[in-house]
Write a protein that binds this ligand. Sequence first.
Ligand code: SF4
Length: 375
Amino acid sequence: MSADGDPPHNSHNGPRSPAPVSTTARTLDGMSAASPGIEPATDVSIGGRPDGSPAKGKRVLLAKPRGYCAGVDRAVIAVEKALELYGPPVYVRKEIVHNRHVVDTLRERGVIFVEETSEVPEGALVVFSAHGVSPAVHTEAEERNLRTIDATCPLVTKVHKEVTRFAKDDYDILLIGHEGHEEVEGTAGEAPDRVQLVDTAEDVGKVDVRDPSKVIWLSQTTLSVDETMERVDQLKERFPQISDPPSDDICYATTNRQVAVKAMAAECDLVLVVGSTNSSNSKRLVEVALKAGARDAHLIDFAREVDETWLDGVETVGVTSGASVPDVLVMELLEWLAERGWADVEEVTTANEKIAFALPRELRKAEGGAPSSVR
Ligand code: SF4
């Protein structure tokens, strides 16, 4: 699938080397990946033993889908292609994706991360991150004669286009999202006079619209699905005529990772989410796991960050990862757990994702180049 009409390309992010898994079928009622372009798993495999007896002892439930989404894969490959084609330094505005390992690895290879385009030397090459930028950033880059590669995820671009369209139709747009998040800044920047941010429940009472019959809510792509619907219900109480987005703004990857963690959370004494603290969708996975019944849950960048006291009295450990996390980090965590007795790994599959996006237009000619190592 390609949200911006681009042809699909073959993703470099195919399934990683599988951990030893034992899968037995148990269907979980009400669990499905309700996103387009996804094959929902008909049987969700979780826990138990082949003879149907309950699982006992130390085990790991490994969520699938987890890790890299199509937008992150595309953005990372775009930077790698830029390095390959033009050589270092390649400038990237903001973190290309919100993951420490990815950013550090690219930095070692010659990427210079900057906060603003004003820090990029006149005429140099700059890549815009997967989270998207406002039109003002494009304008500034043009004024400074920067060469640009736009790695904005097509699903973020889709929300930008919704903002442009509804602003043109003179709607007030209530954007549900986290204040200060780069994606929200870029999206709101499409029509700053028409967009108001709704982050907390208190914000619902503060927004002010000109015509209650011409209001629409849109959202950041990486929110908690359940919390967003709570916010929407609050908005609908205040503005009964508010319009829904033409299609879901929370992206397939965010939704699917939350569905997968929900499917296993109630069976987990501890859920470990691999992801960085500035990754919105990773943080949401911790919250979703706790709400869905996990006794404890933590966000870690690397296996070495696990506090061994978290494992006291634990039998079942759930493992998942955010959409910006290369699976090598999950495999390292599984090895770390195996060394401590959690060697029995069962994969819990709620959907099979087959989505890939074409590279940014500027780089398509380079498709088929050197393989990536930032994985
Ligand atoms: S999390 Fe969703 S919106 Fe963000 S880069 Fe991935 S696919 Fe795109």
